[in-house]
Design a protein. Structure first.
Lengths: 605, 225
């Protein structure tokens, strides 16, 4: 194709991230001919409408690109690694992200310490440890802001270790005799600071939470390592601090060893029995955590709302201790709640986004505000977030998506998504004549409850398992899917099986419509479902309900058998025809535009 | 207003939307009294013809870079309104060597062609185009023979539509003259437009510059949100 195209200096604009810099004016995309009477320089272009958002204007301006980048699909990949990464990407900007990303990062685990530890290191004298921590903090924060060399950092780390040892000793000598069997109250926040200061990787993370935004955006030389669960020493450390009893699952699949996987059998009962011992976990957070663990709340929207409501209660009941600022202390409090929730179940990306929003809000609250003022404004902001980003967004998406349902359509959905269900019901209320095929899969069989609700409303449905999808696909005219997240290369991160459905639909030339609120969009780029995912309980796939003698009953004792119960998979953008967001219907190639224009605005204000 | 006369014209709808956008977005209007605001809008509306003319000039300038000496270009204007014949007449007047094909010959002569130029009734959010019937067919043939397909369209034709397939748009029905009487039982497909998905288009020449199809949605998001 290229050989035929004799292109002399093509002026092409590409989608995706643009390199920042002096924004070339649109007129530059015109030919370099005699521009004196070039009509472009005239202000009469039909799209010369005063833009609403000035800040984004620069980014969207075209830049000339080399001629080999001509097709839109290639552009995404090429563009997404531009220089603007320093502004857009997580890696360089990570300090604020403390285990909020569905990852169980080591630092977040540091927030808590298992009560069983107390025998070894009895409750540390609060004052002492705090002083140490403060000293650490000050000592530490300076050089980190500048670029430290490896050796310097090493020295710092040594100093911290020494200081920590001292702190421990001091704690021991202060002699709080804690009975080993019964854990005492954890002065967790203060301890956190010590712990955090003592762990080298955690330092930049933690402090990021307290740094101002400008500093945040500074380039960090050390990329934030995600907690890799195949790293034994770190896992040990994390385990010591965890509240939830975490027994490593046996016979884990080799390539997924970097993901956390625990035996679920007695986690719930164990955590329930700890209720009166976990003073530092707010009851509302505790309740949400228990429900995550029990699997009561499955949908990502409901999970996110439940979490935000719990945090709202935390904020309502919060009062700033003397000699502390709300923005710092409350962040720590929220962090500890977050890490508790992570122990119950890894966060979804949407929850990570919500936490990021909340932390940004907390940091914005100034000293000038009184406690109650700050708390009231935080609570109302949380309500606004839930309302605008989730509830109202859903309504708008439903309105958009219904326009794509015509009479006589056969719509296929997979699993259960609150949004797709609402779309189908709304279309039914509008008296569209259509049929629904619900494809379901083990082990959760989430589709069944949705099927029941749809049938009650009088929709005509077909129910099948994912094994039958290639058989039903030929009669389907539209596929509607929900998503846990949409990543900036247009990849859909969703319940496992979604990719299979989308690929079969693509093979049958059936359009695939993905409905997703924009608060679930994430600027990360992910190419496979291996590096970041969640592992479910392997027991649920080994058992078939109703079967008497199950051949896999004692699977854990078989050394050469590994069970894999993945929770998510990724669907490449090629298999998606359209993404419906509250901003309208967009092609998957335009996800970075939404991420750039809207998803960061609450953080960058 | 305009839509009443022709419900199916995409560029008309899109242009109207754009004007509405201008009305609602122009912040200066809030501070002016009604009469000056009104005259401002009237002025803007009056200039629309001029804008469209300028846009065409820009597109022509941008497009010329892609045409080199001696290349063969397939330009399609289809059957229903016989605009192809008018177009060849124009070209012949300018002494451009021109060959007239009927629609069925497209695949037959595609190997002699270096590139395909088409216009567009509307450019939709996916980056695809809605254009006169036959465009999709030509784009498919061109794609299978790896010939670039270029679209020339003014930016006011960018529409906030997103067809998922051929039937997913308001049909524009035009009478088709077969020259012979058709039995009444026979159904005649009278749609005059089809949708060409973005993967079959190479580049779009617009007054905003030369765009890849995926940038269209970027532009639309900038414009309308």
């Amino acid at each position: 194709m290229d050989s035929r195209r004799r292109v002399i200096d093509p002026k092409v604009r590409k989608v995706g991230f643009f390199t920042p810099g002096p924004p070339p004016d649109r007129t530059q995309s015109g030919p370099a001919g005699p521009s004196s009477q070039s009509p472009i320089s005239n202000s009469l272009s039909p799209v010369m409408i005063p833009p609403a958002r000035q800040a984004s204007e620069n980014l969207s301006r075209g830049v000339p690109v080399p001629p080999n980048v001509l097709r839109g699909h290639d552009c995404l990949d090429v563009g997404s690694y531009g220089m603007s990464e320093s502004v857009m990407s997580e890696e360089t900007e990570s300090p604020r992200r403390v285990g909020i990303d569905g990852e169980f990062s080591e630092d977040s685990a540091n927030w808590m310490r298992n009560p069983r530890d107390n025998g070894k290191s009895p409750a540390v004298d609060n004052e002492d440890s705090e002083d140490v921590a403060k000293a650490q903090f000050q000592k530490n924060s300076k050089p980190l802001k500048e670029k430290t060399t490896k050796a310097e950092r090493r020295a710092l780390q040594e100093a911290q270790r020494a200081a920590k040892a001292e702190g421990k000793k001091a704690g021991a000598t202060s002699g709080v005799s804690a009975p080993t069997s019964k854990p005492v109250k954890q002065p967790n926040q203060k301890k956190d600071v010590t712990l955090l200061a003592s762990s080298s990787t955690a330092v930049p993370e933690k402090k990021g939470g307290e740094k101002s935004l400008e500093k945040d955006r500074k380039k960090e030389t050390v990329p934030h390592p995600r907690m890799q669960f195949d790293d034994k020493s770190r896992v040990e450390k994390a385990k010591k601090r965890s509240v939830v009893q975490q027994t490593e699952a046996r016979n884990r699949v080799e390539i997924f060893r970097h993901l956390p996987q625990y035996e679920r059998a007695n986690q719930l009962s164990d955590l329930e029995s700890k209720f009166f011992q976990l003073d530092h976990v707010h009851p509302a957070v505790y309740e949400v955590g228990l429900r995550f663990l029990a699997g009561d709340i499955m949908w990502s929207n409901t999970r996110c709302i439940a979490m935000l409501q719990a945090f709202k209660k935390v904020i309502e009941d919060y009062s700033t201790p003397s000699e502390k600022t709300l923005s710092r202390d409350l962040t720590a409090k929220i962090n500890s709640s977050v890490s508790f929730l992570i122990e119950c179940r890894p966060l979804s990306i949407s929850m990570g986004n919500a936490i990021r929003f909340l932390k940004a809000l907390i940091q914005k609250s100034t000293l000038a505000q009184t406690d109650s003022e700050a708390k009231a404004s935080l609570c109302s902001d949380i309500d606004r977030y839930i309302n605008e980003k989730i509830i109202l967004a859903d309504k708008v998406i439903i309105r958009h998506a219904v326009t794509k349902i015509r009479d006589g359509d056969v719509l296929l959905t997979y699993g259960s998504s609150s949004l797709t269900e609402a779309i189908l019901l709304h279309a039914h209320e509008l008296r569209r004549q259509f049929r629904v095929v619900i494809v379901d899969s083990r082990p959760n069989l989430e589709g069944q409850s949705m099927l029941r609700r749809l049938i009650e409303k009088g929709l005509s449905c077909t129910y099948t398992h994912i094994n039958g999808v290639s058989y039903v696909m030929h009669e389907v005219t539209r596929v509607f899917l929900g998503a846990a997240s949409v990543l900036s290369n247009g990849t859909i991160y969703s319940a496992v099986g979604t990719a299979c459905i989308a690929m079969v639909a693509h093979a049958y030339h059936v359009p695939v419509v993905v409905c997703c609120e924009s608060y679930k969009f994430h600027e990360r780029v992910q190419l496979d479902a291996i590096c970041s995912n969640e592992l479910g309980d392997p027991d649920v796939i080994s058992k078939v309900p109703g079967r008497m003698n199950n051949p896999l009953d004692d699977w854990a004792s078989k050394e050469n058998l590994q069970l894999l119960n993945l929770v998510y998979d990724v669907t490449p953008a090629d298999y998606v025809s359209m993404i419906v967001t509250e901003y309208g219907m967009i092609p998957p190639t335009s996800v970075p535009v939404i991420v750039r224009e809207y998803c960061r605005e609450h953080i960058l204000i | 207003m305009d839509q009443a006369s022709d419900k199916t014209s995409i560029s008309l709808t899109a242009g109207g939307d754009l004007f509405m956008r201008y009305v609602t977005r122009t912040s200066a209007v809030e501070y002016e009294d009604f009469n000056s605001a009104k005259s401002r809008f009237l002025e803007r509306a009056g200039k629309f013809g001029e804008i469209s003319y300028k846009a065409r000039k820009i597109i022509a300038m941008l497009g010329q870079d892609f045409i080199s000496n001696g290349c063969t270009i397939l330009v399609h204007e289809g059957r229903p309104d016989r605009s192809g014949i008018r177009f060849t007449n124009e070209l012949a007047k300018l002494d451009v060597p021109v060959k007239l094909l009927i629609d069925l010959v497209v695949a037959y002569s595609m190997d002699e062609v270096d590139m395909v130029f088409v216009g567009a009734d509307g450019v939709v959010e996916s980056g695809g185009i809605i254009n006169m019937m036959g465009t999709y067919q030509i784009a498919l043939v061109a794609k299978s023979m790896d010939k670039p397909v270029y679209v020339a369209a003014e930016s006011y034709k960018f529409a906030r539509l997103y067809p998922l397939d051929q039937k997913d748009m308001v049909p524009a029905l035009r009478p088709v003259d077969f020259g012979v009487p058709i039995p009444s039982k026979v159904e005649v497909e009278r749609s005059a437009r089809d949708y060409t998905p973005p993967q079959y288009l190479t580049l779009l020449f617009t007054d905003l510059g030369v765009l890849t199809p995926s940038v269209v949605s970027d532009e639309l998001i900038q414009l309308y949100l």
